[in-house]
Design a protein around this ligand. Structure first.
Ligand code: C5P
Length: 218
């Protein structure tokens, strides 16, 4: 068992990373950094500004001028406005995945996350947290599950929040995002060296937490 200063959780869309990160933060006193929320906020900011997502210069301009705040209660503010639920839609995921392809956008986000982590015990979830942002993290977790199970979880979560989506739409979005995230040239989704791999297919959050708790010093 270890007492890590930095815990990274990487994995594909819908693997349960942010749910696990939130629980670890709560139970062990860590600050949770949701790196996906930053890409989502940039993607959403581009949509609001009517920016073509293939236009690198225009996307970069939005990213450079964006002010994102994480409130302690989990809300995300974009230029002072609450966008917490707006960025969580399947469309928000795809917009995020598109802007995340640009290395310059990633550099802005990575710098911001490293600054936010200074002097704190953090648990961060994302796609490149253990491979690129914090390669020296003491505990790296790679969470995965079958695409069908990940889509089902996302679908149920969205339904609960009142979004009108079909399971097929969500599955399509999950598979498309995996493809984009695994195939981008810069900091693609990979299992980090030394990561503990946990397949959450058919497992409850409690079961996964039990497995993780065995790795962390209370
Ligand atoms: O984790 P979440 O689903 O909120 O992430 C949205 C998208 O942001 C991902 O599909 C991925 O393209 C991008 N992302 C990334 N690197 C991270 C976190 C998210 O490229 N560290």
């Amino acid at each position: 068992m270890i007492n890590p200063k930095i815990i990274t959780i990487d994995g594909p869309a819908g693997a349960g990373k942010s749910t696990l990160a939130k629980e670890i933060a709560k139970q062990f006193g860590y600050v949770h950094l949701d790196s996906g929320a930053l890409y989502r906020a940039i993607g959403y900011g581009c949509k609001l500004a009517g920016v073509d997502l293939k236009n690198r210069e225009a996307v970069l301009k939005v990213a450079e001028n964006l002010k994102v705040e994480f409130l302690p209660d989990g809300r995300v503010l974009l230029n002072g406005k609450d966008v917490t639920t707006k960025i969580r839609t399947p469309e928000g995921g795809l917009l995020a995945s598109q802007v995340a392809q640009f290395p310059e956008v990633r550099e802005i986000v990575v710098k911001l996350l490293r600054r936010m982590a200074k002097g704190k015990k953090i648990v961060i979830d994302g796609r490149d947290a253990g491979t690129y942002i914090f390669p020296n993290a003491e505990l790296k977790i790679y969470l995965t599950a079958s695409p069908e199970e990940r889509a089902r979880r996302r679908y149920e979560e969205l339904k609960k929040k009142g979004y009108s989506v079909t399971y097929e739409e969500v599955l399509k979005e999950v598979v498309e995002r995996d493809r984009q995230d695994e195939n981008r040239p810069f900091a693609p989704l990979r299992i980090p060296d030394g990561a503990v791999v946990i397949d959450t297919t058919g497992k409850s959050l409690e079961e996964v937490l039990l497995q993780v708790k065995e790795l962390i010093d209370p």
